[in-house]
Design a protein around this ligand. Structure first.
Ligand code: NOJ
Length: 546
């Protein structure tokens, strides 16, 4: 495999509105991010994926962009952006911008023009039809919005304030390429491409995802913007299978570095109600999915590894235990993920095991997806009761990940001295960065150790490039796998349950590399795994000697 610098990189996602507010207006901002760069350097990350900071009416928290080349005043200005890029670079941290290319805001000047008349030069930047079809918006309701001024419908896969761009129009591709190249000139290290699998759509055929024009469009983009540059790119692709993922990330095809696949992330969703009614966690199913992805590529693709992002609930609440075993289970999921092959992504707050939140009222929530889904499922269809829906919100809603970052136990968790745009999780009194940094056994230091193992230890090659082999496939509580590179073999074994598990593995003379419950035992040697007792949520990395 051709080695790339981003194979061994670790990425940290910042959701800027909720990260750190320097101005006191209740919204996080770029100066706030700059003020936390030392913290991120201490964690050991290489890249920051910065969720959108562009000018936006914030109908979908910045995923509705009104100007790709301007910073929203809530976040600061272009000088702050340049400072962020510069100051991060001084700490060997690169900035990945979030490119939302499937749609813009309805406040983008292209759309404002397009709406004016059917023969406006920008009309064809968007998708207009005299009649609608059956396609539904991902944020509920029809994907078509009637425009009375020009008596046509425009297409929007997300909110009606997020009209889809028409990628069949070469002028759109040209403008977007110029914009991306401009960001490259500003010195960014790469890009995350929002719902990129939707840009090749064939609407009249009813095809939205993985359309026929998708890969040619990405190849053009690569030629125009990425080729020959030291950049990393990751696509958000909810509909990817391993075969599809290779189309994006096989280096010979010159499209993207890697993609986020979501097969594991949607495993417990209900067939009809999706995330609003989750089903029991099934470890065997999770192992199957992740192992399939671990073994899918042999140099013709690369995995992006993640449990969390701004669209998903917190892993420790979802599949871990956010009560008695919060720290242990958070470290366990960290160990499992960082032990795998691929580029790991950490979402802000994950490194201190921030949890889901339960607000009493629907009005305490901000997310447009929650509001639209409530309207559809509870009010219109009455397919879920209010209580059922709120249960779904507590388990899966996106705002679980978006409550402000918990820095310390002062007012508003040190996030802001103003009124935060979204309420805090009240548990910030205990769960916060200051507490984590003060305790050598905290989740933070476990992440720091995992990152250091991957990047600069005698195990780095094995962790980054080693092969993967699942053990105990049908065990419903143990997740165990081997990574091997040349002669070196690492065993990652984790007890994903609240009961002690005893197991017998056919390996002798193992050495403990990292134990989530006893970090001080790092040098334990000569362990015989024939009789292994794993405490609740214990996760250990062993070096195997035989
Ligand atoms: C995916 C983003 O991650 C999500 O937050 C957003 O709402 C949609 N794309 C629309 O841009």
């Amino acid at each position: 495999m051709n080695q790339q610098w981003w194979h061994s990189a670790v990425v940290y996602q910042v959701y800027p509105r909720s990260f750190c507010d320097s101005s006191g207006d209740g919204n996080g901002d770029l100066k706030g991010v700059i003020s936390k760069l030392d913290y991120l350097e201490k964690l050991g990350i290489d890249l920051i994926w910065l969720s959108p900071v562009y000018l936006s009416p914030m109908k979908d928290n910045g995923y509705d962009i009104a100007d790709y080349q301007a910073i929203d005043p809530r976040f600061g200005d272009m000088n702050d952006m340049r400072q962020l890029i510069h100051q991060a670079k001084q700490r060997n941290i690169g900035i990945m911008m979030d490119l939302v290319l499937n749609h813009t805001s309805d406040q983008h000047h292209w759309f404002k023009q397009a709406k004016q008349s059917r023969d406006n030069p920008y009309r064809d930047y968007y998708i207009w039809r005299d009649q609608t079809n059956q396609i539904r918006s991902i944020f509920s309701g029809p994907a078509w919005q009637y425009d009375p001024v020009t008596s046509q419908y425009y297409f929007h896969l997300f909110a009606d304030a997020q009209p889809d761009l028409n990628w069949e129009n070469p002028a759109v591709a040209k403008e977007i390429h110029q914009m991306i190249s401009w960001w490259v000139e500003q010195g960014v290290a790469g890009f995350r491409l929002d719902v990129i699998d939707l840009i090749g759509k064939e609407i009249d055929q009813g095809i939205t995802e993985n359309g026929p024009r998708l890969h040619p469009l990405l190849q053009q983009m690569h030629q125009a913007c990425f080729k020959g540059k030291k950049l990393v790119t990751v696509g958000e692709t909810w509909g990817a299978t391993p075969e599809i993922a290779k189309l994006y990330s096989d280096p010979r095809r010159e499209e993207l570095s890697m993609v986020f696949q979501f097969e594991h992330a949607a495993l417990d969703w209900h067939p009809e109600h999706g995330k609003w009614q989750v089903q029991d966690f099934d470890l065997i199913a999770l192992k199957k999915v992740l192992s399939k992805w671990q073994t899918a590529f042999d140099g013709d693709g690369w995995n992006a590894l993640f449990w969390n992002n701004h669209d998903l609930p917190r892993i420790v609440s979802r599949w871990g235990n956010d009560g008695e075993y919060r720290e242990a289970s958070a470290k366990l999921f960290a160990t499992l993920l960082h032990g795998m092959q691929g580029t790991p992504y950490i979402y802000q707050g994950e490194e201190i095991a921030m949890t889901n939140v339960q607000f009493a009222e629907l009005s305490d929530y901000d997310d447009i997806e929650i509001k639209n889904s409530y309207q559809e499922k509870v009010v219109e269809q009455q397919s879920l009761s209010h209580q059922q829906f709120m249960q779904g919100v507590y388990q899966s809603a996106r705002d679980n990940a978006r409550t402000p970052m918990q820095w310390d136990n002062s007012d508003n968790a040190g996030f802001s001295c103003g009124q935060p745009w979204l309420k805090l999780n009240p548990n910030y009194q205990q769960i916060n960065v200051a507490n984590a940094l003060a305790n050598q056994h905290s989740v933070f230091y476990h992440y720091q150790r995992l990152i250091a193992l991957r990047k600069s230890s005698k195990y780095s090659d094995t962790l980054v490039y080693g092969s993967y082999q699942l053990l105990l496939e049908e065990h419903s509580h143990i997740f165990a796998y081997i990574r091997q590179y040349k002669e070196q073999r690492l065993l990652i074994v984790a007890n994903v349950s609240q009961q002690t598990q005893t197991l017998s593995l056919d390996f002798k003379l193992a050495e403990v590399v990292l134990d989530n419950l006893q970090p001080e035992d790092e040098s334990k040697v000569g362990v015989d795994l024939a009789q292994l007792n794993l405490a609740p949520y214990q996760a250990i990395i062993y070096l195997l000697a035989d």
